[in-house]
Design a binder for this molecule. Structure first.
Ligand SMILES: [Zn+2]
Length: 880
């Protein structure tokens, strides 16, 4: 709640904590309406602090204080000060350690913000990152205060038979009145954001993992009883993650027990609390008939991500929240490598770049643009962004590219060795990488402080006489809020050359010869000369998307078609197809805007036919080559976004391709349509992907035959991938079975929350004309609830962020609907509400009429009563 203007916190104001909490003994007496927390803090002055006799200020929010005592002597009210956000004590001992005992109560049931201790169904659980621990008890709630935790949980034996916290279980016992207790001790010091407790009627599956030094770790996954048959994949993913981290980074797990709990109400994806990960059910539960292939892959990726945090986040944590990318950028990079190794490196790279280019580039170009290490924030929850996570991972990836595999591993080993048990900065990480190699990363550090996406202009000139190709690269970066001018950054540009017959051409530069080089761009403009080229080669630039930049290079459709059929770099090969499609679609958009008839160039049809003709081992990759660029990706490349023309032009291309290549699509569909529902190897997943993309092309034909094909797949599917794929083409088409199919799907799955989320999303994303009224009706559906973040994301989030066409309807009704929901959500869950505002932040990219409409809604949000600082920060900064 806000009565004064929310305060901004700056990185430049960082000072070390004046006090440290060596250890804490927590006793939590659980009750859904009134939980009692007794906390004994062993505190001492921080030897590194230069401030003497500072007041001890502990953070706390929404707590009912019962008592305070120091070294066993109770305080009277004059001996401490209490505000809405803190508890402070003057005159605490400076020379010796002292114990502060605090007792307070909290109400988990009324806590709909889902931060601190809260109720999800009948289970009590916590979420403390970033600043949720202060909603449990008073503490020095900052990541550079690392403490030993001993936690005793007391609860009713029937309501809370399972009592979990971090570390190892050291004691348990029974009490009167049908109560019991369990004590947990975590031998590793940690910041309080990594604290967790869970209490409830949970069942678990168990397994073990033997580490590289032969220690046996017990693994447990806890869920509500009706989900116990959906945990096997998560368990296998955990074992795969543990194995991979030992092989790839030499990291071994450190406790004897690793627990994961799946929770239905959760703001984020998952949380890496030490030894006790708390997960959104979405990233744990999977059974072939309820989860898609993509769900299976995401689960493995997120389980890996949280597991990898044990070293990159928990053992070595962030000094302050400005350093969030230290743990997130590195850990996302690690989980990307892991998923690439488990599935397909080519496909994983493309999927990651798609997300980056559509969502992070938009963030970088918008009013909330910030560097991966921000300089200021009002509410840290707002900085769990794609920039900090995804661009942060790209920055680590560039270090990996510059150093090479071997030195990068040396650098990470050195980082773990130097900083284990510490709270450090992004700079410490880069310094370790620099020390382990002979690469100067001085200029590279600018990636941490400079916001915005650099633009790379590439021009080439071939000299027949000298047999040389001269490549000029020029970098620039547009101004972003608070950063008017930008300096050059250190950009690794991976490059290959192709001879005119499609074979790999030798690269001769500065006396070296190779098949592939990494050019290091460190100035605003640099020129590179390649020698001994008898004929003009075709340049394959920025291979593997070696830097998070926009690459501008003139390329004809013919040249792109050549790269699509010959490039050995899987990323650039796919990207050549995307560029080709984009160029064609932008030509058609011009035609639409000028009222001209549409015609598809045979070059594109031939390119697709050529892709289909070749034989592919990686069928998931093949399916990506057949996918058209998404509408929001195309929008990102337009100065003034025309959502209607984008949709029309793209649909025209899709339908024309379907007409021209009908026989090929049908043949592929039949070839790969097999019943192998229980199979989740990459072969089976690839076969489903190819088949389903063919189905989506054929569906655009709107023929009786195509309706039957989709209808048959929908009713006979034994796995969610096939069922969902069929339902989505039915919903997108004019198929007469649409209403009935949606209803039967709902009836089939109404007891599976995660499947019903999909049902909401599918309808919210539809391009069908009646989608807006469908969304309005779904908001009143009995299965919709604003208190469940997954439901909110599946309907409101999907409509506003993934339905570009209808959300941006020119009458403004989409914007109005979103603002209404944000205002309603603000008082329930500010963190989720502020995430929903993001769809309104891109208003400058639209025409004047839409700009006016969006700004009016942002103003309505800013001026709403009791606006949270989460929502206030995003909405008010968007208006600047
Ligand atoms: Zn993370």
């Amino acid at each position: 709640m806000q009565d004064t203007k929310p305060q901004t916190i700056y990185l430049k104001d960082y000072t070390v904590p004046e006090y440290l909490i060596e250890s804490v003994e927590l006793t939590v007496i659980l009750d859904e309406l009134k939980t009692r927390v007794v906390s004994k803090l062993t505190i001492q002055k921080n030897p590194k602090s230069k401030v003497d006799n500072a007041a001890l200020v502990l953070q706390g929010e929404g707590l009912e204080l019962v008592s305070v005592a120091m070294d066993g002597v109770a305080f009277n009210e004059a001996q401490y000060k209490q505000s809405a956000e803190s508890l402070s004590v003057d005159n605490v001992p400076q020379e010796q350690v002292f114990v502060l005992a605090i007792e307070n109560t909290i109400n988990p049931k009324s806590n709909t913000s889902l931060e601190g201790l809260y109720l999800s169904s009948t289970m009590l659980c916590t979420q403390c990152e970033a600043e949720g621990f202060r909603k449990i008890t008073y503490f020095l709630d900052r990541p550079d205060v690392m403490t030993l935790f001993k936690t005793t949980l007391i609860g009713d034996k029937d309501k809370y038979p399972v009592l979990l916290s971090n570390g190892n279980k050291v004691a348990e016992g029974e009490l009167q009145n049908n109560r019991h207790w369990v004590t947990w001790e975590d031998p590793f010091k940690k910041p309080c954001y990594l604290f967790a407790l869970v209490a409830g009627q949970l069942e678990c599956i168990e397994d073990t993992f033997t580490t590289m030094t032969g220690r046996e770790i017990s693994l447990q996954i806890f869920v509500e009883s009706h989900d116990i048959d959906k945990c096997d994949h998560a368990m296998q993913s955990l074992k795969n993650s543990m194995q991979w981290d030992e092989e790839a980074y030499g990291r071994e797990y450190d406790l004897d027990l690793y627990m994961i709990v799946a929770v239905g109400h959760f703001n984020m994806g998952a949380m890496e609390n030490k030894g006790l990960n708390v997960f959104n059910t979405k990233f744990v539960l999977a059974r072939p008939d309820t989860a898609t292939d993509s769900d299976y892959e995401h689960i493995e990726g997120v389980i890996g991500h949280e597991y990898f945090h044990n070293w990159t986040g928990n053992r070595i944590t962030c000094r302050d929240w400005f350093q969030l990318s230290l743990k997130e950028g590195f850990t996302v990079f690690r989980d990307q490598q892991f998923t690439g190794d488990q599935t397909s490196r080519a496909v994983k790279r493309i999927e990651d770049v798609k997300l980056l280019r559509v969502r992070q580039f938009a963030e970088d170009a918008g009013p909330l643009s910030h560097p991966i290490r921000p300089e200021a924030y009002i509410e840290i929850n707002n900085f769990y962004t794609l920039t900090v996570y995804e661009k942060g991972a790209e920055v680590v990836r560039m270090i990996h590219t510059l150093l090479g595999e071997e030195d990068f591993r040396k650098g990470s080993d050195l980082y773990f060795q130097r900083h284990d048990g510490q709270a450090v900065t992004c700079e410490d990480f880069v310094n370790a990488m620099e020390s382990a190699s002979d690469i100067d990363l001085g200029l590279f550090k600018r990636w941490y402080s400079q916001a915005g996406t650099p633009v790379l202009e590439a021009t080439e000139r071939y000299n027949e006489q000298d047999k040389t190709l001269t490549l000029t690269l020029k970098q620039s970066c547009a101004a972003t809020p608070g950063q008017a001018t930008k300096g050059p950054v250190h950009i690794p540009v991976k490059l290959g050359l192709l001879a005119t017959d499609g074979s790999v051409a030798n690269i001769c530069i500065d006396g070296f010869v190779s098949n592939e080089v990494i050019l290091e761009l460190i100035q605003e403009q640099q020129t590179f000369v390649f020698e001994q080229l008898d004929k003009k080669p075709v340049v394959s630039l920025l291979r593997g998307f070696s830097a998070p930049v926009v690459l501008n290079k003139q390329q004809s459709l013919e040249e792109l078609a050549f790269l699509l059929s010959h490039d050995v770099d899987t990323f650039n090969r796919w990207d050549a197809g995307q560029k080709m499609c984009s160029q064609v679609i932008f030509g058609l958009i011009d035609n639409i805007q000028q009222g001209q008839a549409l015609q598809l160039t045979p070059l594109l049809v031939d390119a697709f036919a050529n892709v289909i003709q070749q034989s592919w081992d990686d069928l998931s990759y093949f399916s990506l080559l057949l996918s058209l660029p998404a509408e929001n990706y195309l929008a990102g490349q337009m100065d003034v976004v025309d959502v209607v023309a984008i949709h029309q032009a793209r649909e025209f291309v899709k339908k024309t391709l379907a007409e021209k290549l009908q026989e090929q699509f049908k043949e592929l569909y039949q070839r790969y349509h097999k019943d192998e529902s229980g199979l989740f190897d990459s072969g089976a997943i690839g076969r489903r992907r190819i088949k389903n993309i063919c189905l989506s092309y054929l569906a655009t034909l709107e023929t009786e035959e195509s309706y039957q094909l989709a209808g048959k797949q929908f009713s006979s599917a034994k796995n969610m991938t096939d069922q969902m794929a069929a339902l989505s083409v039915i919903v997108e088409s004019k198929n007469p079975a649409k209403v009935q199919s949606l209803e039967s799907f709902y009836q089939q799955w109404k007891n599976e929350a995660l499947v019903i989320d999909k049902w909401f999303t599918l309808q919210a994303c539809s391009s069908a004309e009646d989608t807006f009224s469908t969304v309005q009706n779904l908001l009143k559906h009995p299965a919709f609830e604003l208190t469940n973040p997954n439901r909110v994301r599946s309907l409101i989030g999907a409509f506003s962020q993934a339905n570009q066409l209808h959300f941006n309807a020119e009458n403004g009704q989409g914007y109005q609907l979103l603002a209404d929901q944000v205002i309603a959500l603000n008082s329930i869950n500010p963190q989720v509400a502020s995430r929903m505002v993001s769809a309104l932040t891109q208003w400058k990219r639209f025409d004047a009429d839409r700009q006016t409409l969006i700004k009016a809604e942002l103003e309505r949000i800013v001026n709403a009563e009791n606006i949270s600082k989460d929502v206030y920060e995003i909405a008010s900064k968007s208006l600047l």
